[in-house]
Design a binder for this molecule. Sequence first.
Ligand SMILES: [Zn+2]
Length: 404
Amino acid sequence: MRVGNKALIKELNRSHVVSTIRTHQPISRTEISKALNLGLSTVTYITEDLLSAGLVFEKGTANSTGGRKATLLSFNEDYGYAFGVKIEESQVIVASTNLNAHILCKHTLPFKRTTPPETLLHTIVHLIHRIIQETKIPASKMIGIGIAASGLINNKQGKVIRSTLLGWEQVEVRKKMWEAFNVPIFIDNNVNAYTKAEHKFGYGKELDDFLCISIGAGVGASLFLNGNVYAGHHGGAGEVGHMVIKQGGYRCHCGQKGCLEMHASERFLESEGRQIKHLYPESSLREANLGFKQVTSAARSGDPLAKHLLRKLGENLGIGVLNCINVFNPSAVIFIGEGLVAEDFFMTYTLDVASDNFFSKAGCEVTFQVSKLGDDAWVQGAALQAIDHWFEHPINEESRLLLS
Ligand SMILES: [Zn+2]
């Protein structure tokens, strides 16, 4: 580290103070000083600066055992705002949020599956402009836009490399959006975005390392490591859906056979249901309707085929989860996704299999949780890409260059 770069050190200290207030608010200057091992006079100097900028404000006093009560500082979550966008298979959700990723305004617009990417990005630009007009927030306060979509996404380059669900190949999302708004643009896989929300609002709040596993139309995962989502070299870390769990199993759209995705997602309900339906002539399930919703509803009515399919799915998912635990040794596994609608019928089997992992035999247990965040977590997580970046500045960019 270069010494003597006063401007940089000042910026770094300022950034640390802001982050501490953001995470631990309301907090006194003395507590900030202790938490960061910074002199009280330095903290006071920085907080005066932050107060006059309007980024923090004084609110209440701390209980004290004697002497003057300490004034507490809180972070002004309305100082700026971000946008979170989730591109789904046939609809796009756009929301503005404050700096705590709380949603201020949200719009959903359906689109045809054949819509070209350029047209859809144009629609997103239009929706963002509409929200800016409706909420009358000055455009100058927009700190960035975060987008979440399915598929292989290179978040460093800001592009979708391939999304089978959307039929996209090599789409330069950041470039298009930057041209329209001139603010930092981020794009990531939707499971990674949700994982960010889980870290901020959910079970992942106190954890440095955990794994989110999504169950729905496919199976996906995201690894939260050392305070951030691990992206992998091409941005594709977490493609556990294509981990082979059954030799000679169902053929996957990726070209392999026996992928976890083919044995523990909606695709399994369809393939296996079609295969064994003749053994359950009394079943109410029809071939065309073997999605999570239909199968869960049938299971609730006691349909034996539905119950059998969900039990098998649960066991298969358990094998995938067990393998993930053995590879990553996370402190917790958090389940997310629309497949959780059938949780009552498969989770016991999943946990039975997954709990019998390498680490449990040494007494090192993994915690299992089912996410309690609602659907808004997807766009909130998308917005958090921009918000987290804004708070990391300047540590992320200039300082890395200067410190190297
Ligand atoms: Zn596959």
